[in-house]
Ligand binder design. Structure first.
Ligand code: HEM
Length: 417
């Protein structure tokens, strides 16, 4: 679509011919102007075909109920990586990483089971204490009365510390996890954090070498409740090829990293933009329970997931043909006025706050959802216990991506007293 800068996006979204409307343009997300384009599609063409885009032809599913239907149709809408992957951008065949999010049953179900114990209630309860201690240490170390980037000081640091705990990863090397994660999902472009797919492969090789050492340490030891040990001992994963090991590592690193990170940043931004909601929260900290899922809905840290039709199928009255690419836009379903009341408003005391699509739905629904919520809950409890407010003092900078919906810079100031 290549919208020029300084345009009236509301007007442009209304006036563009439908066949020129391409919601996959990463600039729409970087510039935070995606909303009117999706609104138009939900109203006029909810299952929309785009013939030409940066990512080739694809279908966009934009309404809440149609997305649920697509998620449940996993027999005809496949996640299998051999069809090109689970995001809108096709991965070159020789560079595809096998991982269970990009598999169909039965292999998907077996491998998913291998890591499921990490989020069993007993394990979550054990993790809670460690996470709280780390949250407190991070918050207590923040500067007062000075501007700093919340994303780097808190969002990245906290998620990386949690991931290091889940993998039982050497703590001093924990920033390697965000380094690998950022490069696994980046859009290759000149001047970007990766410029080519070859550079991405170099980063993957480094990640695999590091984790292979951890695997070798753990495979002959007693099983332990960390993700590497779980993968090394479970029936479905202990004979994985190195490429499959890498794929599942990247899944777990990216799954737990970008998403939680951007919910942490989003929460600070939304409360700053909605002082009335912040006042409600101050008056009643018990609202953290319902605010956390609202932050995750409102941010929608992954804008979409993609499937490929393996048979002709119908969604929303449109015929999707075998071989076509289908993009389920969670970011739009979460703003569907027919499913969610006042969806464009951030409301921390919604009656059904978990009614959102940010974690997906069906057999691939996020494994880490409760873990992510727990982390945000602890963070906000400890923020309220310390700081009267966190002021956003500059424009947030957003990621150029139509997959990871996130913030790279969020300048904030915590008042000195
Ligand atoms: C899958 C979102 C946190 C691990 C997914 C999916 C989404 C998602 C959209 C795909 C769902 C689908 O295709 O239907 C999120 C969000 C998070 C979050 C918004 C935080 C706010 C986490 C955490 C972990 C995690 C903390 C744990 C390390 C996974 C895994 C899958 C997954 C392993 C693959 C599940 C499967 O294919 O069966 N997540 N996630 N996620 N997520 Fe998360």
């Amino acid at each position: 679509m290549n919208a020029p800068v300084n345009v009236d996006h509301e007007a442009l979204a209304r006036s563009l011919p439908l066949d020129k409307l391409d919601v996959s343009d990463p600039a729409l997300f970087r510039d935070d102007v995606w909303m009117p384009y999706f609104r138009r599609l939900r109203q006029e063409d909810p299952v929309h075909h785009t013939a030409e885009s940066l990512f080739g032809p694809h279908w966009s599913i934009t309404k809440y109920n149609d997305i649920m239907k697509a998620e449940l149709a996993h027999k005809t809408l496949s996640s299998d990586s051999s069809y090109g992957g689970i995001t809108i951008r096709d991965r070159p065949a020789d560079l595809r990483l096998p991982m269970f999010i990009a598999m169909d049953p039965p292999q998907h179900d077996e491998q998913r089971k291998a890591v499921q114990p990490i989020v069993a209630p007993g394990n979550l309860a054990k993790l809670e204490g460690v996470i709280r201690e780390r949250v407190c240490r991070i918050l207590d170390g923040l500067p007062r009365g000075e501007t700093f980037n919340w994303v780097d000081h808190v969002s990245i640091e906290l998620t990386v510390q949690m991931l290091a705990t889940l993998f039982d990863f050497p703590f001093e090397d924990r920033r390697k996890l965000s380094y690998w994660s950022d490069r696994a999902t980046a859009f290759p472009m000149p001047g970007g954090i990766i410029e080519t797919e070859e550079q991405r492969e170099e980063v993957f090789a480094e990640c695999l070498a590091y984790f292979t050492n951890l695997w070798n340490e753990r495979v002959n030891a007693e099983p332990r409740p960390d993700l590497v040990s779980m993968l090394a001992h479970a029936e479905a994963t202990r004979n994985m090829t190195p490429r499959e090991f890498l794929g599942n590592l990247i899944l777990l690193i990216v799954g737990g990293n970008d998403t939680t990170r951007n919910s942490i940043s989003g929460g600070v931004l939304f409360l700053d933009q909605n002082p009335g909601e912040f006042a409600k929260l101050r008056a009643n900290p018990g609202l953290i329970e319902t605010m956390v899922p609202e932050i995750i809905r409102y941010q929608t840290p992954l804008s979409h997931m993609r499937r490929t039709a393996v048979a002709d199928t119908e969604i929303g009255g449109k015929l999707i043909r075998k071989g076509e690419k289908v993009v389920m836009w969670y970011i739009s379903g979460n703003r569907d006025e027919e499913a969610i009341e006042e969806p464009d408003h951030f409301i921390i005391d919604r009656k059904r706050p978990r009614q959102h699509l940010s974690f997906g739905f069906g057999i691939h629904r996020c494994v880490g959802n409760r873990l992510a919520e727990m982390q945000l809950k602890i963070l906000w409890e400890e923020i309220l216990a310390r700081f009267p407010r966190i002021e956003v003092v500059g424009e947030p900078q957003r990621i150029y991506s139509s997959f990871v919906h996130g913030i790279t810079d969020l300048p904030v100031r915590i008042p000195a007293n």
